[in-house]
Design a protein around this ligand. Sequence first.
Ligand code: UN1
Length: 513
Amino acid sequence: TSSIDLSAVLSDLKLQLTNPGTWIGSKSFSGGSAFSSSSPVDGSTIGSVSSTTESEYEEVMQAATSAFKDWRTVPAPKRGELVRQFGNRLRELKEPLGKLVSFEMGKSYQEGLGEVQEMIDICDFAVGLSRQLHGLTMHSERPGHRMYEQYHPLGVVGIISAFNFPVAVWAWNAAIALVCGDVCVWKPSEKTPLCGVACQQILADILEENDAPAGLSCLINGDYKVGEWMTADKRIPMVSATGSIRMGKIVAQAVAARLGKSLLELGGNNAIIVSPEADIKMTVIGAVFGAVGTAGQRCTSTRRLIIHESIYDQVKEALVEAYKQLRIGNPLDENNHVGPLIDQDAVASYSKALEAAQKEGGKVLVEGGVLEGEGYQSGCYVKPAIVEAENHFHIVQEETFAPILYLLKYSGTVADAIEQQNGVVQGLSSAIMTQNLREAELFLSAAGSDCGIANVNIGTSGAEIGGAFGGEKETGGGRESGSDAWKYYMRRQTNTINYTTELPLAQGIKFDL
Ligand code: UN1
C-alpha cells in the first residue's frame, strides 16, 4: 500500500497533467505561464497549473460579483441544499481526494482522509446553519416600534489558504460563505495547486447540476501578486487568509488600507503543560502525535512541552522511548508515522532551527537529521527531534513548521507554567495534562491560557469543526469553521420599524415643526 495509482486518482478527480489555473465554476482559462506541482513523497512532478493573468482575474471578479447578485436572494436553506449535495459528493470522492492530499502535500493517507472528513463535517454543519442565521430582537424605547437585527450576505469572499491543509481550510470558508449567501474566490497555496483544482471541479459539478451561477465558486492560482489583487480589491469585502504571521501582516495592512475586513488564521507556538498530576501515558500519546503528526506542519502542532520538574525525567524518558518507535517514510504506507516536509526550503528551515537551538544552549535529546537513500530520494524526509531548551530562546519563540519539540521545565505552581505558555507572540492552541480540577480550571480561567484554543487532557492539535477555530495575538484574531464564526461572513443590519401615526424621536428629543 505504499504507492498510489496516480492515474486512477487523477482520472477519478478529473485532473489532467496540464491544468488550467483559473476557473469560474467549470469554465476554465489557462492564459498564464504554467507552474508545476511536485510531490514531496517521491519528488515526482504530478502535473502543472497555469497562473492567473490580470485579465483572467478581471473576468473572475465580474462573474463573482454578478453571481452574488443572484445568490444573495436565494433562500438560505436552498443555499444549504447545494452545500448538502457538495458534502455528499465529497463522501463519494473521499478516497481519491484523500490520496491526492496525501501525495501532493505529504501527510499520511489517514490524515488525508481525515482532512476530507473535515470538509464533509463542515458541509453538514453549514446545512444546519442555513436555517439558523438568526439575529436578535430588541425592545424599542419608543411606543409602537419594533427593533430587530438581520444578517445579510456580505459579497465576494477572498480565500487564501496554506499548503498544510490544502482542502479542509478552503471548505471551512466556502461551505459557510455559500450558506451565508456569499460567493468565493479562492487562491490555494502554490505548493498544492492540484488539490485546489480538484476541489473546484467537484463543487463546479454540483453548481452545474443545480443550474446555480458558475461564479459562486472561482479559483485563481499563482504567487503573492495574485493574492495582492484580492487584498487590494474593493469588490472583496472580506479576505480570509491562512498562513504565516509575515503573510498575515501584509494581508491585514492591505485590506485595512481600504477598510475591508480580514479574517486571519496565522502561526501558532502551541504548548502542552504537563503537571505533576498528569496521566503520563496520555501525555506521551498527545505530545507525540501533536509534535510529529503531519510532520509538525499543522498550525496546531505541539512545539513546546512545559513539564513540572518533579516528573521531568520520567516524561523525558518516556518521550525518548516513544520517538524510537517512530517510522519515517512514504505517508501512503500506513505503517509509517511521519511523512516528508513539504519541500526542501522547509527542510532547510528545520536544519537551521536545530542549529540555532543548540547555539543558544539547547541540548539535543533526540537527534534530528535529513534522511537519505532508498525511499527518501525527494530530500524532504527529516527525523523528528527533541531539544531541551528555554522559553526565552529566540528559536523557541518562533514557529518552525517541522517536527521539533522543545522541552521546557517549570518549578512552582501551574501559574508559572501558564506564564511560560503565554510567553510567546502567538496564541493559537494550548493544553494542560492534569487530573487536578483546580489546575485545569485555572488554566481555562481569565488568568489562564491566552490562546483561542485551550484543551484539558488532550493535545493541541486535531480540533473539531464544531468549535470556532483561530487564535489571539499574532495568530491574527480570526475565527473560522464552527460556533458563530459565520457572523463574520455576513453583514449585520439593525432595523427599527414604526407602526404608529406619530414620529417620536429616540432619546426623548423634541423637534416640533
Ligand atoms: C491548520 O493547521 O491550519 O486542529 C488547521 C487541527 C486541524 C486543523 C488544522 N483540525 O489540527
